[in-house]
Each structure stands twice: as structure tokens, then as C-alpha cells.
Design a protein around this ligand. Structure first.
Ligand code: AQP
Length: 324
């Protein structure tokens, strides 16, 4: 059973990515699971090439530093040739209407003259990511479910039209994890792709220095109510309690009982987050300071992923009447 998950280098890895996904990947993943940095997906909107390269390296380092086995990790663009070829085959298996029906495309392209064509076709690239690796299960939230359904449709259609090549994947709901909200504006989710620096005031990045983490958490918005109590309808306090609960493996209600003021709670959250992130920051820093080692890990991951998909790509190309 192979489960495939990706993280897009659209910005620096933030606390929500860690508590909502990476931590679980590291602690619950099996040796068959695959994790990849989806840098090609980060090109569907305006992007900065140097930044994309740096963010890709940072994400790879964070995944390894968080404890995910290097054997399970690769960078998507290291398979550009394989994925490019398979994407074309799958585009020739997909109808224009199917791609244009994707809700995410409609939302993201709405009112934008300069929307890249890749915004329309990237679900097909995502299908190639999944089908090349022969992944069985794709843990995704609601927003990506439709894309996995498309991969499922294309796998079935290809197999029925040309011959059995692809494992038909299923979307599965990931185990409920923490949903971390922005500290400055707790009505929205914490996100890595915040653009302006003022926007990053409420975002804790996994590689932030401890003092910066403390400062951001001390400035977190609360609602002026004096009592520390867990009430999901109060997004600011609830967010802090949920973060602390996720860091300490308890429940938000339980952690609320230990604090008499928001000042004290923020100190508690800050220390818990700093201590949780410390080993990851240090290990990721070592990897980023040793580009040769990071490159070695990256190349090994790429070779494994390419090898895993090679026979499927070769069969698919042969069955559609191309290749050797
Ligand atoms: N705030 C969050 N709380 C809990 N989980 C989160 N994830 C993201 N933000 C939070 C989870 O992180 C994983 C990887 O995310 P992604 O790269 O696929 O993109 P995303 O979900 O769109 O994450 P971001 O950080 O919000 O990126 P941008 O700003 O580009 O949209 C996923 O499992 C996601 O659920």
C-alpha cells in the first residue's frame, strides 16, 4: 500500500504545514509511503525562479529534519522528463471539459486574463505524479479531492482503452490533524504563501529563530476576554490552545486549565513551539549548510522515484503507439 503526499514550495514551511501534515508523515508514515516537494506545481502562478529553487531546498531539508525517511522523499522536478511525458499521454486521455470543470481552476482563474495554461492542466500533472508512482491512496483535504477523482478517471480510462498499466488511486481523508490559524488574523488559516512582510506577522515559519517565534506568538490576537477557556467560537484564544494542545499531545480544554492569563498562555505556547521546532531547525540548518549532502539525498530520492515509475511510463508510451 503506497500513500503519496506532496508539499508545494509556494512559500516557507510554516507551523500549520508541520502540525497539520509533516509531523504526522514523520511519525505515522510507513516505509512504502512517498513524500515529494511539488515544485512544478508552484509554477502555475507568477513565480520567482531563484526563490523557487531556494524554497525547494528548504522544504526538502525540513522534511528530512522532521524525521521522514530520506528513502521516502523526492523532488518533483527531478522527474520532469518522466512526468512531462506521462502528462502528455494523460492530457491525451483527458477531455478539455474535464479539466475545465475543476473547481480550483475556476476559482483561481476567475477574472484573471493572465492565468497560466498550467493552472488548467496541473491536475493532469498531479495525475501523472500519482500514476507514475503507482500510489494507491492519496490523503487529501476537500479542496484536492476532485483532482484525485480525475486521476482515478484517467487511470481507469487509460487501462480500459490501451491496457492495464496504472493502479487506480483513491482519495482518502487524512487523520484529523490540527488546523492552525494565522496568529494576527485568526479568522484565516496560517498559510505559507503570504506575500508582504506585514502579512508574515501571524505566520510562524518552521525555520524562524526562537526569538522571532516568541515575538510572533506574544503578539497573537486574542479577544480581550479575561478568562482563558477553550471555546471554538473565539478563534484567537482557541487557536493558541489548539497549537499548545497539538505540541503537547493533549486537548485544548485540558491545556486551558493550566493558565490564568493570556500573557502566561502565550509564554507557554511560545516555549512549546520553540522547543518542538528546535531540533528540526538545527538539523535542517545543518543540511542547508552542507549542499553536497542535500544534493546526495536529493539525487538518491530522484533515482528511486524514477526507477519506481520507469516500467509504467515505458508501458504507457508503448501502448499508446509511441516509444520502443
Ligand atoms: N494552517 C494549516 N493548518 C494545518 N495544516 C495545514 N496545511 C497547510 N496549512 C495548514 C497542510 O500542509 C500540507 C502541505 O500543504 P500544501 O503545500 O499542499 O499547500 P496548502 O495546503 O495550500 O498550504 P499553505 O501553507 O496554505 O500554502 P499556500 O499558501 O500556497 O496555499 C497539506 O497537507 C495541508 O493540509
Amino acid at each position: 500500500m503506497t500513500r503519496l503526499s506532496g508539499i508545494t514550495p509556494s512559500g516557507r514551511v510554516q507551523l500549520g504545514n508541520y502540525l497539520g501534515a509533516i509531523q504526522r508523515w514523520a511519525s505515522q508514515g510507513t516505509a512504502e509511503d512517498l513524500y515529494f516537494v511539488s515544485d512544478l506545481h508552484a509554477m502555475t502562478t507568477t513565480h520567482n525562479p531563484a526563490m523557487l529553487r531556494a524554497l525547494t531546498g528548504e522544504q526538502l531539508a525540513v522534511l528530512i529534519a522532521a524525521g521522514i525517511s530520506a528513502e521516502s522523499v523526492f523532488v518533483q522536478s527531478d522527474l520532469t522528463r518522466e512526468l512531462g511525458a506521462l502528462s502528455w499521454v494523460l492530457e491525451c486521455t483527458c477531455t478539455f471539459g474535464e479539466a475545465a470543470r475543476m473547481v480550483q481552476f475556476k476559482e483561481k482563474a476567475k477574472g484573471r486574463d493572465g492565468a497560466r495554461l498550467s493552472l488548467l492542466t496541473y491536475p493532469v500533472l498531479m495525475a501523472a505524479d500519482i500514476l507514475l508512482q503507482g500510489a494507491d491512496e492519496i490523503p487529501v483535504g476537500e479542496d484536492q479531492r476532485q483532482h484525485v477523482e480525475l486521476a482515478r478517471t484517467l487511470a481507469k480510462r487509460f487501462n480500459a482503452t490501451y491496457g492495464e498499466v496504472f493502479t487506480v488511486p483513491s482519495a482518502v481523508l487524512p487523520p484529523a490533524g490540527a488546523r492552525v490559524r494565522d496568529l494576527a488574523d485568526p479568522t484565516r488559516k496560517m498559510s505559507k504563501s503570504t506575500r508582504s512582510t506585514s502579512d508574515t506577522a501571524g505566520v510562524v515559519f518552521v525555520l524562524d529563530e526562537p526569538e522571532l517565534v516568541r515575538r510572533k506568538i506574544r503578539r497573537a490576537a486574542t479577544d480581550g476576554e479575561p478568562s482563558v477557556a477553550y471555546d471554538p467560537a473565539r478563534p484567537g484564544p482557541a487557536n493558541l490552545l489548539e497549537i499548545l494542545a497539538a505540541c503537547t499531545g493533549s486537548t485544548p480544554g485540558e491545556v486551558a486549565e493550566g493558565y490564568g492569563s493570556y500573557g502566561a498562555l502565550k509564554e507557554g505556547v511560545a516555549e512549546a513551539v520553540v522547543e518542538m521546532l528546535r531540533p528540526i531547525r538545527l538539523r535542517a540548518g545543518e543540511l542547508l549548510d552542507d549542499p553536497a549532502e542535500l544534493e546526495r539525498v536529493r539525487k538518491a530520492g530522484a533515482a528511486r522515484a524514477a526507477e519506481r515509475g520507469e516500467h509504467r511510463l515505458r508501458s504507457a508510451l508503448r501502448l499508446v503507439g509511441t516509444g520502443h
